[in-house]
Design a binder for this molecule. Structure first.
Ligand SMILES: CC(C)(COP(=O)(O)OP(=O)(O)OC[C@H]1O[C@@H](n2cnc3c(N)ncnc32)[C@H](O)[C@@H]1OP(=O)(O)O)[C@@H](O)C(=O)NCCC(=O)NCCS
Length: 260
């Protein structure tokens, strides 16, 4: 199936094809619910590596433990589909800032991925040979967004936010936040790089774009951003190295069996 150009409206969530094929000019994003049945959680748990099982044990709340297990279990199932390998055979390694990647010899066309989860939903971005980052947030009503923006956003972003009607500011804030974080996650640095050094678009109806990174326009031009439509009350963004890639969005495991 043809995917949409990277700056086009977001493609709908579709049932995945039986055989997963991912070209170097494609990006696949998967959406899954983390609220799985107890038997599914048990089966995911068996597929996890010892360090993942140990991490699962450290969660205080059962629901968080189950969401972590489901997030890793679905990740393994998705990646196994591309690699034609059983989920429990995959191993992950981690960057110095904690970004997971498939372990093994680095290869230019290797599968890369990034994950984000929030309040029971997970998004997975998968590419071949391109750095990728994804971020998902639920739009929270309890945050003082104007104050947080003053503290963490660039001057240009704060000025843009102020021009919007009050009722549009909250969603624009979260849109801006996810775009910044998706970029930082693509670089693998997470929030160790100051958020105000990354200048992104945020106005409603405008395409997602990186305007500047630490005032370096050539670094900004290396990246493309795409807004996603995860579910009502959530916003999400995808950051991918390079341009001209095509996007497809898949529902895991199948929208007819499960909905978020
Ligand atoms: C990555 C980070 C931005 C995640 O923020 P978040 O909004 O709480 O969480 P999200 O749901 O969007 O993403 C979490 C997922 O991102 C991935 N991830 C973790 N670290 C990452 C990094 N540095 N870069 C990109 N992705 C990362 C993991 O898959 C993680 O899922 P998991 O918790 O199930 O393993 C934040 O944890 C961060 O800044 N980490 C860097 C911290 C650091 O520098 N640590 C150094 C010592 S290890």
């Amino acid at each position: 199936m043809k995917a949409a150009p990277s700056t086009s409206p977001v493609p709908p969530w579709r049932s995945p094809p039986e055989t997963l094929v991912l070209g170097c000019d494609e990006v696949h994003v998967w959406r899954a619910t983390l609220d799985q049945t107890p038997s599914q959680i048990q089966s995911f748990l068996h597929n996890l590596a010892a360090d993942e099982q140990a991490r699962a044990e450290r969660f205080y709340f059962e629901r968080d433990r189950e969401h972590f297990i489901a997030a890793r279990g679905v990740l393994r199932a998705i990646l196994g589909g591309y690699l034609n390998r059983v989920p429990e055979c995959l191993s992950f390694c981690y960057s110095s800032h904690g970004k997971p990647a498939l372990a093994g010899k680095p290869d230019g066309d290797a599968i890369r991925f990034n994950v984000s989860h929030s309040h029971g939903i997970a998004l997975y971005a998968v590419t071949r040979g391109r750095e990728v980052g994804i971020d998902l947030e639920r739009i929270r009503l309890d945050l003082a967004v104007a104050e947080i923006a003053e503290r963490f956003f660039s001057r240009r972003e704060v000025a843009m936010l102020r021009t919007l009607p009050t009722e549009a500011q909250r969603e624009a804030f979260f849109r801006c936040w996810t775009r910044k974080e998706a970029y930082l996650k693509a670089r693998g640095e997470g929030l160790s790089l100051p958020l105000d050094q990354v200048d992104v678009s945020l106005a409603p109806g405008k395409p997602a774009a990186v305007h500047g990174i630490q005032r370096d326009s050539s670094e900004a031009s290396r990246w493309s951003l795409q807004e996603l439509a995860p579910a009502t009350g959530y916003v999400a963004a995808l950051a991918v190295a390079g341009h001209g890639w095509r996007l497809a969005c898949w529902q895991w495991p199948d929208p007819r069996q499960q909905s978020v």
